[in-house]
Design a protein around this ligand. Structure first.
Ligand code: 8Y7
Length: 286
């Protein structure tokens, strides 16, 4: 069971988290209002496609992205949270700033998605007294520097140990285990080899806590398929199914409809029973 603000998720199937980026449009003079409207429309579309959670972000955490000032981030995300409050999906706020966490919780955010795993001073306190879900993600370095020279002796062991420590820190701050999600942080201070090793170890993460996998359209698919970001749908959806098959609890995706179709096919066609060989012996032969 996962507790996320207004929502309780049984985790008996993978949840879909649709990505809603609130980015200012420098080519339009519609300004802030236009970018909020666009993000709300995108959120409603992803809901119709079947998103369980909408992840709303006003600061890009892509490699090399520049940080956004507090006021600008609040101006971007608060109207979108308010506009999507009754969408039917749980609302996640993608931020690493404690002030944004507090403001988002005041307008009804259900989940805090922190790529910094609540390491900022005041971040644990900002969320402790609410009932929101929390995603603790691993990142080596900062978004500005993380892809320059990622290095690990044993990437799986180190990322597991980090998340274990952050779960313990959250527990010490009084946060119930039912509110906590972990995430190996694909692409956040990782080479393609690191990402692949972590992906293959997803079961170990799921043993720690419900695991979120955010891999949609990421550069790993560029490396594997040679395709630019606009052509990574098939790679991303394939990986989403493989992550679900390894027990991932939440899939953070741009393409909700396509991912949901793939999950439906996987669920319908995969063998539901771990001991199917005994079953098939008693069944009709073909
Ligand atoms: C992730 C994420 C991004 C991820 C979690 C992108 C905000 C980069 N990636 N949050 N955020 N996990 N929890 O390409 O993998 O979407 S931003």
């Amino acid at each position: 069971m996962l507790h996320c603000g207004r929502f309780r998720f049984a985790l008996d199937r993978p949840l879909l988290m649709g990505i809603v980026n609130v980015t200012p449009d420098s080519f339009s003079d519609g300004g802030r209002y236009a970018s909020a409207e666009r993000a709300i429309e995108q959120g409603l579309k992803l809901c119709e496609e079947g998103a369980d959670i909408l992840d709303i972000g006003g600061e890009s955490t892509r490699p090399g992205a520049t940080p956004v000032a507090l006021e600008a981030e609040l101006d971007r995300v608060l109207p979108v949270l308010t506009g999507l409050r009754d969408s039917g999906a749980a609302l996640s706020i993608d931020t690493l700033k404690p002030e944004v966490m507090r403001a988002a919780l005041r307008v009804g955010a259900d989940l805090i998605n922190d790529v910094n795993a609540l390491r900022a001073p005041g971040a644990l306190d900002a969320v402790a007294e609410s009932t929101c879900g929390i995603c603790l993600m691993h990142m080596q370095g900062t978004p500005q520097t993380m892809q320059l020279a990622p290095a690990y002796a044993d990437v799986v062991a180190e990322v597991l140990a980090f998340l274990h420590q952050r779960l313990a820190a959250a527990s010490r701050a009084g946060i119930a285990r039912e509110r906590l999600i972990v995430d190996p942080g694909f692409g956040f201070g990782k080479t393609p080899a690191h990402n692949i090793a972590l992906f293959r170890a997803l079961r170990q993460f799921s043993e720690l806590a419900p695991t979120l996998v955010g891999i949609s359209r990421k550069s790993l698919f560029g490396v594997i398929t040679g395709r630019p970001v606009r052509e990574r749908l098939v790679g991303s959806v394939t990986a989403a199914v493989l992550a679900a098959a390894q027990g991932a609890a939440i899939l953070r995706v741009h393409d909700v409809a396509a991912t949901l179709d793939a999950l439906k096919v996987w669920q319908a066609l995969s063998d539901p029973s771990p001991n199917s060989s005994t079953q098939s012996r008693t069944g009709n032969s073909m």
